[in-house]
Design a binder for this molecule. Structure first.
Ligand SMILES: Cc1cc2nc3c(=O)[nH]c(=O)nc-3n(C[C@H](O)[C@H](O)[C@H](O)COP(=O)(O)O)c2cc1C
Length: 198
């Protein structure tokens, strides 16, 4: 199943087709070579001062113990569905610059850009990505010995979406709900705050 964006203006199908499923096929694992390409795409994201503040901890499903450990860093509501992902990742960012130890104000922004790259690479391969802010950062810090000036911000579930269109459980219904967005006029302003550009 692909939940296409209902766009007002034409966009690349990659952006149109990316969506965040709740139902993953637990038995369909993402092949290693695809996974490596997703990580490569994440690596090539732009970043402020080319600092590349993103770090990831990865747990493929077949590494059962590691998968369970990473799953336990998610809030319960996210564990419910993310347990079926093929791969789980934690997205961590470096809050200070390597070169001078000063605050990197773009640290979170750049982690987001990196995950976007990973997501679009996944879309080209029919693989889905669902990001989660609902994690327990302290548990992640303790479990993985994450240093003080790094912050675990998000988790990422990666896998193949379950396209069973007859399922009627809450998650399946959520997956069939159309994707919605604010209009461009609500978010892009011209001349003054709140004044629509288009
Ligand atoms: C940074 C970030 C954090 C998110 N956190 C959660 C989360 O904790 N749990 C969840 O179910 N979905 C989470 N989502 C998924 C969003 O709800 C989803 O991207 C949004 O509803 C738009 O849907 P779409 O990605 O299918 O277009 C998160 C997405 C992002 C980008």
């Amino acid at each position: 199943m692909i939940k296409k964006a209902n766009t007002d203006y034409p966009i690349h199908e990659l952006i149109e087709n990316r969506w965040s499923p709740y139902k993953f096929l637990p038995d369909r694992l993402v092949p290693k070579e695809d996974l490596f390409s997703l990580l490569e795409a994440a690596r090539w994201a732009p970043s402020s001062y080319n600092e590349q503040p993103w770090r990831f901890i990865i747990a493929p499903r077949e590494q059962t113990e590691e998968f369970e450990k990473l799953l336990s860093c998610l809030v319960k509501a996210n564990q419910e569905w993310a347990k079926n992902a093929s791969v789980l990742m934690l997205g961590i960012t470096h809050l200070t610059f390597d070169r001078n130890g000063k605050e990197n104000k773009a640290a979170m922004h750049d982690l987001g850009a990196s995950v976007s790259h990973l997501s679009f690479e996944a879309t080209t391969r029919g693989i889905s990505v669902h990001q989660m802010i609902g994690i327990d950062p302290q548990k992640a810090r303790e479990g993985y010995a994450i240093p003080e000036n790094f912050e675990a911000l998000i988790a990422i579930a990666i896998g193949y979406p379950d396209s069973n269109e007859t399922a009627n459980d809450t998650l399946a219904i959520r997956d069939r709900t159309p994707r919605v967005r604010k209009t461009i006029s609500e978010v892009v302003f011209f001349k003054e705050w709140g004044s629509a550009f288009i």
